[in-house]
Design a protein around this ligand. Structure first.
Ligand SMILES: NC(=O)c1ccc[n+]([C@@H]2O[C@H](COP(=O)([O-])OP(=O)(O)OC[C@H]3O[C@@H](n4cnc5c(N)ncnc54)[C@H](O)[C@@H]3O)[C@@H](O)[C@H]2O)c1
Length: 360
């Protein structure tokens, strides 16, 4: 399959920009197009609207005429669909906005692609581990199951862990793709719809969908303006402002933090891998880390005391307790092997946050 022209929707975002820099290193790619609406929540009011190595098309994926126009003009061989509204908590209050961008935007993409000349193409979707909800747990009887989302009523009593059907403590394990899905926010539900629309909408076409479910991606370049995403970037700003970090629940929330360059490498692999099908593929570091530990590493890297945090017992509806990817499919199908340790990644992030501050 030729890959002369590549379209990256959401190409001016955190992962998109890093991906475009990587695509620019591939001499066989003739043209890269970044489609983005420069969402003010992500980019602020006066963003730079160009990027080396790509043509920028400014507009929204939820503007059907614009999106179809971009597809017609550039006729891409390879599409990375990254544009999305991305905040879990915010999605409860902005339901139609999340649906417009994430669901309708993906529908317009698929319908637009189907109108292009019939030839082999590939669509790589940036989906999310959010589709799992709480993810895989082992019950006291040894069965693997996905618990129902936690209730605010229970969490307000300080009960954060999950229990099996007989009321015994359940043990979290790495989540494989085949587990029962229980999206626990509007954001998560829209990401799952994106997956279904891509796979069902491209059935019987020569366009191969590749569905990737990212864990918590972090690293230099993540928006620190957006209060709804990117916990480590937000913590970084708070540390430099001399604030005490508010660590939710009992400090034991676990995430699979995966460094942005590992995700970009996986996207590049997904673009060329010969053995993919349309079943989803997890992408994480495969390592579980408490938010508290990640916060302590960042405090240390930014020269603050490890004690500058407070375990508050606060919680947010839709937050899951434990996230960890089972990367077996990514390893087998893509040859994916995450390389950047949390400590190295956090050091890179800290350097970036500090240099951004000094440039202000
Ligand atoms: N960063 C993570 O931890 C993570 C985890 C799981 C999944 N993902 C997925 O990866 C993708 C990229 O995430 P990111 O972290 O780079 O986010 P980001 O917010 O930095 O980038 C998203 C980009 O999409 C653009 N955008 C938003 N709405 C748009 C619209 N209507 N039309 C055109 N462009 C629009 C924004 O301006 C932004 O540049 C998203 O689909 C997200 O759901 C990210």
């Amino acid at each position: 399959m030729k890959q002369d022209t590549v379209l990256v929707t959401g190409g001016m975002g955190f992962i998109g920009r890093r991906l475009i820099a990587r695509l620019a290193q591939r001499p066989d790619i003739k043209s890269v197009v970044a489609l983005d609406n420069f969402h003010p929540q992500v980019h602020g009011e006066k963003p730079a609207k160009s990027i080396e190595g790509a043509i920028v098309e400014e507009g929204s994926v939820s503007d059907r005429a614009f999106f179809e126009g971009v597809l017609e003009r550039h006729d891409p061989d390879l599409i990375f669909h990254l544009a999305a509204e991305t905040g879990t908590g915010q999605s409860y209050h902005e339901i139609s906005r999340y649906c417009d961008t994430n669901i309708n935007g993906t529908a317009y993409l698929i319908e637009g692609l189907r109108k292009l000349p019939d030839r082999a193409r590939r669509l790589v979707l940036a989906s999310s581990r959010a589709v799992y909800g709480e993810g895989a747990y082992k019950s006291s009887l040894g069965e693997i199951f996905t618990p129902k989302p936690r209730l605010s009523e229970t969490m307000s009593k300080g009960i954060f862990d999950l229990y099996d059907s007989v009321g015994e403590a359940a043990t979290p394990v790495a989540t494989p793709e085949g587990i029962t899905l229980r999206p626990s926010s509007i954001y998560a539900s829209t990401k799952l719809m994106q997956e279904y629309i891509c796979v069902q909408g491209l059935d019987n076409t020569r366009i191969q969908p590749v569905i990737l479910r990212f864990q918590n991606v972090y690293g230099p370049g993540q928006s620190s303006r957006n209060p709804y995403t990117g916990v480590l970037s937000i913590f970084g700003q708070q540390i430099l402002d001399g604030k005490i970090l508010n660590i939710y629940e009992d400090g034991e929330i676990v995430r699979d933090f995966v460094y942005v360059d590992d995700i970009v490498e996986a996207l590049m692999l997904a673009a060329v891998a010969g053995s993919v099908d349309s079943e989803p593929i997890n992408l994480g570091s495969g390592i579980s880390t408490t938010i508290r530990y990640a916060a302590e590493c960042l405090l240390t890297e930014l020269g603050a005391s490890k004690e500058n945090l407070r375990i508050s017992g606060d919680f947010r509806p839709g937050d899951v307790r434990f996230a960890l990817a089972d990367n077996t499919r990514a390893r087998t199908l893509l040859g994916y092997e995450p390389k950047v340790s949390l400590e190295t990644g956090i050091a890179q992030l800290a350097r970036h946050i500090k240099s951004e501050r000094t440039q202000r």
